[in-house]
Design a protein around this ligand. Structure first.
Ligand code: IMP
Length: 203
């Protein structure tokens, strides 16, 4: 059977889920995970309003309901954060603000004389579509260390804290890995795979 015929016979053939995000890197990572699971992920390039909360799940749940109210499409949104042990979990839900203001150099400076470099990336993916009683949430996390200087494969590799985060499983930072490799370890890859497993059972 030709590849196209196979795809058309798939029960997921017309199932597209839209990832609401402004971040093309996040979307590219998500698209690769989804396509390996036979799900087509579209990008809805927009920013949904985020409530102030110290819980990623609460933020993602409220955002996905708002996205569905606007577009009436099956949607996922993600809220992610970097939780540094020595900073008692900071920046966590405030990661976007911290990245925008002090950036990677600022975080390295905050940890200048700190021996314990341990940190965890968490991703909360929320899905909502017509006829669902409530949003479904999926969480992924990856533990690693904040290194002392940025490392990336090329200047275009990675985003956000990627160049300073090294998962325990490898000696490379996220910014030195290909998308496929990053997805194997990453908070986002894990959360999206959980979503995909659940979603396929729905079909
Ligand atoms: P957001 O609110 O879900 O966009 O994530 C908060 C911030 O965490 C982003 O602005 C990024 O700086 C950072 N972040 C989230 N996920 C990743 C990642 O996979 N790599 C690097 N930084 C990330």
């Amino acid at each position: 059977m030709k590849r196209e015929e196979k795809i058309n016979k798939s029960p997921l053939k017309s199932r597209v889920v839209f990832f609401v995000t402004n971040n093309l890197s996040k979307f590219n990572e998500g698209r690769m995970v989804a396509s390996k699971q036979g799900i087509t992920l579209g990008m809805l390039r927009a920013k949904t309003p985020e409530i102030q909360s110290d819980r990623l799940a609460e933020i993602a749940r409220r955002s996905v309901l708002e996205a569905f109210r606007r577009w009436k499409l099956p949607v996922i949104v993600e809220d992610a954060g970097l939780f540094v042990d020595e900073l008692k979990g900071f920046p966590g839900p405030y990661s976007a603000y911290v990245y925008k203001t002090i950036g990677n150099q600022g975080l390295i400076k905050l940890l200048e004389n700190v021996e314990n470099r341990r940190a965890t990336f968490r991703s909360l993916i929320a899905y909502y579509a017509d006829k669902l009683k409530a949003p479904m949430c999926f969480e992924g996390k990856v533990v690693g260390n904040i290194i002392r200087e940025e490392k990336r494969k090329t200047s275009r590799c990675g985003f956000g804290f990627d160049p300073i985060f090294q998962p325990l499983e490898t000696k490379k930072t996220f910014a030195e890995l290909s998308i496929e490799e990053k997805n194997k370890f990453s908070h986002r890859g894990k959360a999206l795979n959980q979503f995909a497993e659940w979603y396929k059972k729905l079909q």
